[in-house]
Structures are given as C-alpha cells and as structure tokens.
Design a protein around this ligand. Structure first.
Ligand code: UGA
Length: 388
C-alpha cells in the first residue's frame, strides 16, 4: 500500500483553514484500547505499538483479527462488563480509547436492547471513571447520530454534516433502526455534560463509513447474520450469490479507507490540547457514492482478481424484506471536513476505486478457501452460475 501520510503526498491544507501543529507531551501517555480485537482495533493497536514501546493494554474477548503484537502490548481477554475491569484500566492508563459497540444495522431492529446496552449502558461507568481519575477518554461515536439527512436546527437542508451546526434528525420510535443512533447520541450528551460540569477530558469521534480489510465477518465462516454492506457484498461474491441492493441502492455513503482513519486517530492522540473537548467527524467527503456505485466498484475490483468466475449480478430487495420491520435509512451522509483538517492537519486522499483492490485481496486470502465449498454447493443447487 502506498504511503498515505499527507506530508509524503504533498498535502497542503486548504486556504483559509488555520492548521494546528502537533504537540510535544511532557511524557508519552499510557494507552488502553477497549474493543481492541475488532475491525478498527485490529488496525489501531499495531499502529500504536509501532510508534512507541510503552505498555499498551488491548482489551477484548477475542483477538483472532489481531496480528501477533510486540511484548509491550498486553492483551487483556475480558469483557468491559467484567466487575472491576474498567476500574483497573482507568487506574493504570492515561488515555482510554473506547471502540466497543454493536455497530451493525441488522441488529438495531432485531436486538435493540443489546444495542442500547453496548452503546450506552456499558459505557456510562467508563465515562464516570475517566472524569473522576482525570483520564482522557477518546470515544468512538458514529456518523449515525446525524440521522436521516443533514438539516439545520430550523429544518433547512445542509450539504454536509457539521459537528457543531447540524441538528440530529432521527426517525420515530417505532423505527427501531434509530436505537443505535439514539443510544450513541445520549452517550455523547453524557460525555459532553461530564466535560462541561465535571472536568472530563474527552474527544468524541464520529467515523463515516470506514472500510478496509478485516471488516465485520463472513456469514457462516466467522459470524452469523448480515454484516455491513462491504462484507455483505464480499460474501455474495465469494459465495457466488447476487449482491443485494436494499431499496435499489440509491442511498449514499462517504467511504474512508481504514489506514487514513487510523492515521487520524494517531494524530488525535498526539494533540490533546487541540482535541480535548471536541466532537470530530472523520470521513472523506470526496468519496460520496451510492450503494449501487459501491456494488459496481466492488464487482470490478473482484473481477480484476478473479477474471474466470461467473459474472456477478445485482438484485434489488426492499428494506422491509432485507432487514425486517422497523428498519429505516440515512439517505446521504457527507462529513464536513474543516474541523478535522484544522485540528489534525489531516486530509484523506485515497479514492474508493483505489481502496477496493487491497480490500478484495484480503478477503480472498482470508476466506476464499473456506467459503468455496459453500459457493460450489450454492452453484449446484441453483443449477449453474448466476451470470446473465
Ligand atoms: C453503519 C453503522 O450503523 C454505523 O455505526 C457506522 O458508523 C457505519 O455503518 C459506518 O460504517 O461508518 P450504514 O452505513 O447504514 O451504518 O451500514 P451499512 O451496513 O454499511 O449499509 C450501508 C447501506 O447499504 C445502507 O443503505 C444499507 O441499506 C445498504 N445495504 C447493506 C445494501 O444495499 N446491501 C447490503 O447487502 C447491505
């Protein structure tokens, strides 16, 4: 993968945006990562460990996605619900990066209470402990808090979702899709209130559709159910099934490559004075695309690496049939970038078509041999390849 460090790419901040420099800490902070074995954690922990030889505590129940780590990374196999765990973590570390959540839309209307607990109830004690002990909480929230579309407080449309200007516009309560967004939003408000009234040092990050290797799971291999869209499309391609476009795939997302996201998180860690007390979008406004466009691009990248297979097909399905009752959707989500550029001197540049080949290569390497049997069975059952 080519370097994506802005300095090495001739990156220049946009005119008119005053960029803040990196800070030099009195001593490097001790860092804990909660949810270290997930998609983001499996990229973040090696990146943190490569830069510093201070102890890093990596907490999760499963580390299958994490490559072998150097000895200064301590793996703590535990749930954040384990009694005393958060107490110990906040005693030993200066910075806690919290990544844990159930962030898969297929769960929001099927396991809403688990989603609320994982995104809110389980994290409130961490917020309280970080405030009491003066630890810096870097919490990963979500672009979902913006809801269905970008609106100003008085209801006018906005082109982009802005951290400090955009209202948060969720659907009605019976649309259980918004349980996750509502839980994440309430947690942001709790964090904000602890910051305002109890001195909590915090940074809230709102990631916008970060994609990359090791995202989610492949159903039937290392998980069950419906993963997020990129993994769902990769599963369809590997199993030689149709790619499903929910409601025709007109919804739009702005995709950010995981390496660039990790670069931004490292820049946050390096800039406590600039980033504490801030809510920050991390996304790429240049990669706004419809889900149909994403599907076509994934198919192109897949066919380039497996030219001899059958031609994949796209198929439309209603959201109600795909996700069940209570699903709802965001129509378009484009991040305002000004704050991230100013605070982090960070501007992602990797375009969707560039990021897909390495992602496809990773999925092929990890899953192809394990899924091929299923694919062949599916082909036999359907009477042949799903090409036109
Ligand atoms: C999800 C999570 O809810 C967020 O927490 C998270 O921040 C966000 O992903 C993200 O990755 O940043 P969403 O983008 O709606 O939000 O989830 P995806 O599963 O990636 O779906 C994107 C779109 O693709 C949705 O419109 C969905 O209906 C559609 N989709 C999904 C399909 O058309 N086909 C599929 O097979 C799966």
């Amino acid at each position: 993968m080519k370097s994506n460090h802005p300095a090495e790419k001739g990156h220049r901040p946009r005119p008119g945006i005053r960029v803040l420099p990196a800070e030099v800490p009195a001593r490097p902070p001790r860092i804990a990562v909660l949810g270290a074995g997930g998609f983001i954690g499996s990229h973040l922990v090696p990146a943190l460990a490569a830069r510093r030889d201070l102890p890093i505590e990596a907490v999760d129940l499963n580390f299958d996605k994490l490559a072998p780590c150097p000895s200064h990374v301590k793996l703590v196999k535990a749930s954040i619900r384990e009694p005393g765990l958060l107490d110990e973590i906040t005693r030993r570390n200066d910075v806690v990066i919290s990544l844990t959540a159930l962030c898969n839309p297929a769960l929001y209307n099927t396991r809403p209470l688990d989603v609320i607990d994982a995104s809110y109830t389980d994290i409130v004690p961490l917020v309280r402990l970080c405030a009491e002990r003066k630890r810096w909480l870097i919490h990963l929230s979500t672009c979902e808090v913006y809801g269905r579309r970008a609106l100003t407080a008085d209801g006018r449309r906005m082109a982009k979702m802005d951290e400090d200007e955009t209202a948060l516009f969720l659907g009605p309560v019976h649309r259980e899709r918004w349980t996750y967004a509502a839980a994440k939003q309430l947690l942001e408000r709790v964090i904000w209130a602890y910051g305002q009234h109890h001195g909590l040092k915090f940074t809230v990050v709102r990631p916008f559709n970060v994609i990359g290797p090791r995202m989610d799971f492949i159903p039937g291999v290392d998980g069950e159910g419906t993963p997020r869209v990129l993994a769902a499309f990769m599963h369809a391609l590997l199993a030689r099934q149709d790619l499903v476009l929910v409601d025709g795939g007109r919804q739009r997302r702005s995709f950010l490559y995981v390496d660039e996201f990790i670069d931004a998180l490292l820049r946050i860690v390096d800039r406590p004075a600039a980033c504490q007390g801030q809510i920050l979008n991390l996304g790429n406004d240049q990669n706004d695309a419809s889900i149909r466009t994403l599907a076509r691009a994934v198919v192109t990248a897949f066919r380039a690496q497996r030219p001899d297979g059958p031609t994949p097909r796209l198929r439309t399905q209603s959201a109600a049939d795909f996700y069940g009752a209570g699903y709802d959707d965001s129509t378009v989500r484009i991040p305002a970038m000004t704050k991230a550029i100013r605070l982090l001197d960070w501007r992602p540049t990797i375009r969707l078509a560039e990021m897909l080949p390495p992602i496809v290569a990773d999925y092929l390497a990890r899953y192809e041999s394990r899924i091929l049997g299923d694919g062949r069975r599916a082909l036999a059952a359907s009477g042949g390849p799903c090409s036109p």
